[in-house]
Write a protein that binds this ligand. Structure first.
Ligand code: MN
Length: 298
């Protein structure tokens, strides 16, 4: 008779490494950013995710100036902006745009290319206040990189929020599925984007599919995982693909994003605002942008 398979059923994804952002930089004059991870050094370990910039929290005095970053292009991926405090206004060459505030999400598919601008919301800038937001870049598979651009403005009240097990806080399901509840964002490959507010000190586990790359990005507070490892403020933990859950030992007043997704097993070649599969496609993107084929802001 065969031995019982002790690995069947639940197995915990191991933490492979933690990473802290090295300093901060300004994106335009509106976004003081710490880059929590980037594909340039982590590539396949974080696929299908490419980059996570954490802006703020920083208090801005009232101004009538437009703070942010003016017209620039993107091709080959999606930018996902999640606002925690303040307001962000966006306008792009496909005719989409909008203003998002605390709890809202802008899921912009650049795909074949567009140009856009990103500024503090006008009213917020005139009032002044704390800006805190993240921008996540999500890669597209080769066959979707030249799809038409798409825009999803997702409001806080459209995002389901559930309690975590054992009175440990709450999870907002922006994309993917948790405990049978689906998030509103439409994605090209299987992805979970969960916004966690961790308030408890009891250990608990979250289901994450086998084979998915998994990243816990801690924005505020700190989170203990795997018995002893601590992921601190503005740090990320990268977990192995094998296993079907991650386990959190304790967390005190932490805000964190749990990102997981099926890896896109394709080459990544990027340059600034373009992320494609090879150097020829990057040259084409630069040429298409310069000749106006990604559109213009009217
Ligand atoms: Mn942009």
């Amino acid at each position: 008779m065969a031995q019982p398979n002790m690995t069947a059923g639940k197995s915990t994804k191991k933490l492979l490494r933690t990473q802290r952002s090295e300093g901060s930089h300004w994106v335009g004059d509106g976004f003081p950013v710490r880059s929590l991870f980037a594909y340039s050094n982590l590539g396949p370990m974080i696929s299908p995710f490419l980059l996570l910039d954490y802006a703020g929290p920083l208090e801005f005095p009232p101004t009538r100036k437009r703070l942010g970053v003016g017209e620039h292009p993107h091709r080959g991926f999606e930018t996902v902006t999640i606002v925690y405090s303040g307001e962000v206004e966006h306008r792009d060459s496909s005719g989409s745009g909008g203003r998002i505030g605390p709890g809202d999400v802008q899921w912009m598919t650049a795909a074949s290319g567009l140009v856009h601008e990103e500024f503090h919301g006008r009213d917020f800038a005139e009032r002044g206040g704390v800006l805190e937001m993240v921008q996540l870049w999500v890669n597209l598979p080769a066959k979707e990189k030249m799809s038409p651009p798409r825009y999803q403005g997702i409001l806080n009240n459209q995002i389901p929020a559930l309690s975590l097990p054992g009175d440990n806080g709450s999870v907002r399901i922006i994309a993917g599925e948790y405990d049978g509840v689906k998030g509103p964002a439409r994605t090209f490959t299987p992805i979970n984007v969960w916004d966690l507010h961790l308030t408890g000190e009891q250990p608990f586990c979250l289901p994450v599919p086998e084979g998915y790359n998994t990243i816990l990005a801690v924005l505020k507070g700190s989170v203990h995982v795997n018995g002893s490892d601590v992921i601190g403020t503005a740090e990320v933990g990268l977990f192995e693909r094998s296993g079907d859950r991650i386990c959190i030992d304790s967390a005190q007043d932490a805000t964190a994003l749990l990102l997981s997704g099926e890896p896109i097993d394709e080459p990544i070649v990027g340059s600034g605002p373009f992320v494609m599969n090879n150097a020829d496609e990057i040259r084409q993107a630069i040429s298409d942008y310069q000749s106006g084929r990604m559109g213009r802001l009217s």
